[in-house]
Ligand binder design. Structure first.
Ligand SMILES: Nc1ncnc2c1ncn2[C@@H]1O[C@H](COP(=O)(O)OP(=O)(O)OP(=O)(O)O)[C@@H](O)[C@H]1O
Length: 257
C-alpha cells in the first residue's frame, strides 16, 4: 500500500487582486509520479513556489512526511528531503558536468564551500566521498559517464536537462519536484527523459511531482494527474480518467479558443 508523502490542503494565494490559487488541495503518493497540468496561468508554478517556500500562502497547509512546511523557510527544504529543478536551465556553463552536479550537494556538506578552504583535511575527505557517491548514484543512473568531465557549455540541451536532474538528485531527496522537464526537448529525447524519471522512482524510491505541458509524455508516465484551471483543482486521478473528464476537456478547449 502506498501512503501520501505530501499533502496540500486548502491553499489560497493572491497577488494583489489576482487569486492565483483557490482552496487547492492535493495528495502526492510516495514513490509515484504525480503531474500537475493546466492551461497557461492556471497556477502550476505558484503551487510549486508555495511548496518550495518561495511564495507565502494566504491560508492552507502543506505537510511533508508529517512535518508542516509552510512555517519553515525555503532554505530548509533540502534538509527536509525536497529538491527541485527550474523551468529554465541554470547550470554553470564554464564548469564540468561533475562540478555542476556536486553543487547540488553542497548545502548538505558539513564543511561547506567556504570552510572547505580553511579545514582542508575533512573537506577533502568529504569531497572524495561525494565524488564516489555521485559516480555510483546519479552519473551512472542518468547515463552521464561519457560527459562527466566535459564542460557543460556545448553539450546538447537534452544532456543539460539530465545534468539538472542529476544535480537535484545528488542530495538524495525523498521528493523531487521537476518544473517542465520536457520543455524544449526534441521528440526523440522526451522518451529518454520519461524513462529516466521512472528509473529514479523505481530504483531510488524517490517521489516525483512535476509540472509540464507535454500531454503525451505526462499521460504515458504519470501515476496520478492533477489538473488546475484558474487556480482551482478541477480533476485528479489516473491519466485515462483525467483525460476523459469533461471539465478537463472543456478547460483545454476553452484555453485554445
Ligand atoms: N509573482 C507574481 N506576481 C503577480 N502575479 C503572479 C505572480 N506569479 C504568478 N502570478 C499570477 O498568478 C496566476 C498563476 O500563474 P502561474 O505562473 O502560477 O501559472 P502557470 O500555470 O504556472 O502558467 P504557465 O503554464 O504559463 O507557466 C497568473 O494569473 C499569474 O499572472
Amino acid at each position: 500500500m502506498t501512503s501520501d508523502i505530501l499533502d496540500v490542503s486548502g491553499v489560497d494565494v493572491t497577488f494583489g487582486g489576482i487569486r492565483a490559487l483557490s482552496d487547492v488541495s492535493l495528495s502526492v503518493p510516495e514513490r509515484k509520479i504525480t503531474a500537475v497540468i493546466g492551461p497557461n496561468g492556471a497556477g502550476k508554478t505558484t503551487l510549486f513556489n508555495v511548496i518550495s517556500g518561495f511564495y507565502k500562502a494566504n491560508s492552507g497547509s502543506v505537510t511533508f512526511a508529517g512535518a508542516d512546511l509552510l512555517s519553515q523557510p525555503a532554505h530548509t527544504r533540502s534538509a527536509n528531503g525536497i529538491s527541485r529543478t527550474f523551468q529554465n536551465i541554470a547550470l554553470f556553463p564554464g564548469m564540468t558536468v561533475a562540478e555542476n552536479i556536486k553543487l547540488g550537494a553542497h548545502a548538505q556538506l558539513r564543511t561547506g564551500l567556504f570552510t572547505a578552504g580553511l579545514y582542508l583535511g575533512p573537506a577533502a575527505r568529504e569531497e572524495r566521498e561525494l565524488e564516489q557517491r555521485m559516480d555510483e548514484t546519479v552519473i551512472e543512473l542518468l547515463g552521464l559517464e561519457d560527459s562527466r568531465d566535459s564542460s557543460v557549455s556545448g553539450l546538447p540541451y537534452g544532456t543539460q536537462k539530465r545534468i539538472e536532474l542529476a544535480r537535484a538528485l545528488i542530495s538524495a531527496p525523498r521528493l523531487l519536484m521537476l518544473d517542465e522537464p520536457f520543455a524544449g526537448l526534441p521528440t526523440t529525447e522526451k522518451a529518454t527523459m520519461a524513462a529516466q524519471i521512472r528509473k529514479v522512482v523505481d530504483e531510488r524510491g524517490v517521489t516525483v511531482l512535476l509540472i509540464d505541458h507535454d500531454m503525451e509524455s505526462i499521460m504515458g508516465m504519470s501515476d496520478q494527474v492533477v489538473v488546475l484551471n484558474f487556480g482551482e483543482v478541477i480533476a485528479a486521478g489516473a491519466p485515462a480518467e483525467v483525460q476523459a473528464n469533461p471539465a478537463v476537456i472543456e478547460a483545454y478547449l476553452g484555453a485554445e479558443a
